[in-house]
Design a binder for this molecule. Sequence first.
Ligand SMILES: C[S@@+](CC[C@H](N)C(=O)[O-])C[C@H]1O[C@@H](n2cnc3c(N)ncnc32)[C@H](O)[C@@H]1O
Length: 490
Amino acid sequence: MGDLGCGTPAGFAALRGALEQAGYTEAAIAARSGFASIFDYRTKPPSHALPDPADALDVLIRLFLDSRPLPWETVRAHLPAEVFEGAGLLAGHPREESLCYAPVLLYPVAGLWIASDGAKSLVPGESGLRSDAVFPALSPQTRRFLACLPVTPCEDFLDLCSGTGVAALVAARDYAKRAWAADITPRAAMFADFNAQLNGLKNVGVVMGDLYGAVRGQTFDRIVAHPPYVPALERTHVFRDGGEDGEQITRGILGGVADHLRPGGRLYLVAAGTDRKSGSLETRVREMLGPRHADFDLCIAAQEAFNPVEYFFQMAVNGPEPIENVPKRKESFERLGVERLVLGAMLIERHRTESAPVTGRWQAGPVLQPSDLEWMLAQSRWSAGPADADLWELRPAPHRELKLRITNELREGRWVTAECRLEIRAEAVVRIKAPSWTGLFASAADGTRTVRTLFGALVEAKVLPEGGEAGYLDVVRQLVGSGVFSVPRG
Ligand SMILES: C[S@@+](CC[C@H](N)C(=O)[O-])C[C@H]1O[C@@H](n2cnc3c(N)ncnc32)[C@H](O)[C@@H]1O
């Protein structure tokens, strides 16, 4: 494939015009294909039959999403084929003169048109995938990444490991004054630049280099990253392979945050990391932040966890890893003391003023939103907060989605509460086993009564918490800190 590009702004406008005229939007593709979302398009086989294309939208879907060659004649009947060919988006089929094919994918996502490589080579007759292939923004991983980025205004936004540049482009269009897309491969830079121009975005800088090497001396108020994180003994694909433990690029990102994130600025990172014998992921992430780690609060939202053998086995069954490599991989993780591989997101915020650093870890639901990360960070900060003396005056209320399960047992002819389990599945998934008095506490803790009044009610009902006042406050701290009960925030 040659370079992508339209030469002049007018060339890009012509291409954009053709896509607009064809109605090449997520909604139109969803309506025609029967999928709820464009992200489902390449992960599930198309449910629709593939009749001959009847209009420009069909032609675009066939060429740029289904990656099927079409006769030049059909393409010319519906589209300005020369505009697409001139941009490097169409090429003559190597064996069939009458046919053309698309050497890249091109699709609407997040209201933008994005070009990328596919999951395999799109050149007819070519197998394998080039090592610098540009990761499709249609992937479930990118969907997860985009879904957890906040859309609140910021000044300078950096998308590290940007691939197509999709996150930087969304930011530049919607909420950032200036956005940078930074990637190590020239090919990713070429795609990000093409995508920025195709979408007519002028406040995007496309830069190339090894992580912050591309933005030396610059600082940002928001940094986002979706780096490669698949553990790999050899680096064969730049978009995927994250070194022996999968954390190599993540370590570099975290290690540079102190030099590049402004006070009050935030880093959003979607990746996998490991819990090890030497420390949990969150304590290790703190170490990775380096000597200035105390300037930052951090919270991790774990979405999936795998034991290493299960993970490598799945990679061998579903992915590129030969099954005979599984023992070698297992050995390497054993040597590193890896106990669990955790897939999720993290939010790191730099303090504006000096304060004690906070570290939290949460179990996230399958769909993680920016407001969930905010909630987790706020809860983690609260847990590190109030002294016992202040706890007494708080007025806890149940989380709106709290489920309380009480197990009663018959003991010597009397029903007694043996166990209370509390659960929320909301901003985070939280499950707590609490003492038997929690049922009574919960029935009265409606936001109007103080922790002290609630204690009095337990004493009056002759339900004395184990450990007296101190034991009671410990449990209250856990109930509020975990989010199953909330208190007004000061
Ligand atoms: C998983 S892809 C993510 C692409 C894009 N952010 C997305 O979400 O669709 C990872 C990207 O990281 C880039 N990358 C890998 N190592 C890098 C490094 N050391 N510095 C900068 N970018 C790197 C790869 O080229 C690839 O584009």
